[in-house]
Ligand binder design. Structure first.
Ligand code: ZN
Length: 339
């Protein structure tokens, strides 16, 4: 019980990519880059195991960004044709590649890192993919010209890769859908349908990560506009609770989401963010354990999985390591107390 996991990403070593930033350029190329990704993946697994993380990931060491990493092996996308566009309802700008024709997978996307991770840990292994709505929000489209249609096409490709990841021995496939929290109405009209299509036919555990975004400045500024209580989740939790996705991952540490809203996720496993990824203070095990106890009033303990609020990719590496250790130690403390 109270097995802990992380949202997905960890910072990369500075010899692999420029530190402390998103979309960090690689510092290696060719065979050296492939070897560097492999080494960084092994380090990420080892650090999680040593910190007492029960359900581990590859730390997303092989991808530059959580969305565009998936797109690099897809036909129908022109990476040379990048357009600056406002994403997440124009909260920030990103340089996005363009869909120029019908989408299809040119081959496996994440086989190398998934098999490598599987070969080097006996713990349960989670693998993260971007969700179809979030990809559709992070790409320019000059072909489908309709967001739900584009999302469904992406969902089919995600499903192909997800089934292959399951065959590689992955235990949990998580789709990252930060866009769910931006397009609340569309979640019900086509977002969940696209997500379920991406997860169709999977026998392994499935998860969706939703959140108010990384701790980057555009998100911090946006959060200031949301008022004292964040009730966006009140709209999407009931829709998620009715979906075929098994687990929901979201932030709780320093979040303004009223904690009792978690009871709207009845029937789902909840990956509860007990580690803030947007500040430099390292949580104490005591703080982690007490938040877990508070959440346990609304989420049954067998369904509660302590987790990080979001990915730790943009954090300094030493800070992320300290937060990992706090997550492991705090979860262990909570297990002792709540057993
Ligand atoms: Zn997140």
């Amino acid at each position: 019980m109270l097995e802990c996991t992380i949202a997905g990403s960890l910072p990369k070593p500075s010899w692999l990519a420029e530190p402390d930033r998103l979309w960090a350029p690689w510092r290696l190329a060719g065979d050296d880059l492939a070897a560097g990704k492999r080494d960084a993946t092994l380090l990420a697994l080892k650090e999680q195991e040593d910190a007492g993380i029960d359900i581990v990931t590859d730390g997303e060491q092989s991808r530059q960004h959580f969305v565009h990493g998936f797109l690099e092996n897809i036909r129908g996308i022109d990476f040379g044709h990048r357009v600056e566009m406002g994403i997440r309802a124009d909260r920030y700008k990103a340089l996005c590649p363009t869909v120029t024709g019908p989408l299809s997978l040119a081959g496996r996307v994440h086989e190398t890192e998934a098999r490598l991770a599987r070969a080097h840990t006996r713990r349960r292994l989670k693998f993260t993919l971007p969700g179809p709505m979030t990809i559709a929000d992070t790409i320019a489209d000059a072909h489908y010209n309709d967001r739900p249609t584009l999302a469904m096409a992406l969902a089919d490709l995600l499903n192909q890769e997800a089934r292959a990841l399951e065959a590689d021995g992955i235990d949990v496939i998580q789709f990252d859908e930060p866009a769910f929290n931006v397009y609340l109405e569309e979640v019900g009209t086509w977002g969940i349908a696209a997500l379920e299509r991406a997860a169709a036919g999977l026998a392994c555990q499935t998860c969706v990560h939703i959140c108010y975004g990384y701790g980057i400045s555009a998100n911090i500024a946006w959060k200031r506009t949301l008022g004292a209580e964040w009730r966006q989740y009140e709209t999407i939790f009931p829709v998620l609770a009715r979906s075929r996705i098994g687990q929901v991952s979201l932030e709780c540490r320093n979040s303004h989401v009223p904690i009792e809203l978690l009871s709207l996720l009845a029937g789902k496993d909840v990956l509860v963010g007990v580690i803030d990824v947007a500040n430099e203070a390292v949580e104490t095990p005591e703080e982690v354990a007490s938040l877990i106890a508070e959440v346990a009033r609304y989420v049954p303990i067998p369904r509660l999985f302590p987790c990080t609020n979001c990915g730790m990719a943009p954090l300094p590496r030493a800070l992320a390591s300290a937060k990992l250790a706090a997550l492991g130690a705090g979860s262990a403390l909570a297990r002792q107390r709540l057993a």
